[in-house]
Design a protein around this ligand. Sequence first.
Ligand code: MN
Length: 210
Amino acid sequence: MCRKETMAEDKLETYKRKRDFNKTSEPGDESVEFDWADEGPIFVIQKHDATNLHYDFRIEAGGVLLSWAVPKGPSTDPSVKRLAVPTEDHPLGYADFEGVIPEGEYGGGTIMVWDRGTYRNQNEADEESYEPPTIEEQYEDGHITIWLAGEKLQGGYALIRTGGGKKPRWLLIKMDDEGADARRNPTSTEPDSVKTRRSLEAIREDAEKG
Ligand code: MN
């Protein structure tokens, strides 16, 4: 399926402005197909060993990947709230990006595809009597509920904006369903890439070999 949408180009202005595509191997906004996703919008969680290690949580909506940086990564424990700082929209092709961004460039460091899959708008599942808000509308409202079908993460997650101003903070929270497990700690026990099964170190070494 071709997922390119012309509307995406304006949304990616910030993404492009922050990057020098002569120096970084990160994708532009070329059209992409995902052989790992059947139907429905995709999500990806990228482990990013930059100045501070964090996890970039991205969900497809409106032709781009809405993105948040989650310092501690997602939890499977519904009692845990993880800080999620919104970042610029990324192109859909970013979901396949794994590699090394050169030091000194924006986001310099190693990036791994830590988890990926499809998701559905949880409001669509819960409400039949009215027109459910789209993910973009939920983003505007600061309250998104989605159901992830990933390799590591499954089930409902909520993203909730707290406070306003120029630097809004969001929280990423596991919903209490069959995908919840307070004892699981996938960021520790399942550290490697779902795309290539490599560790961060292996990704770095492979990049050095060229
Ligand atoms: Mn990042």
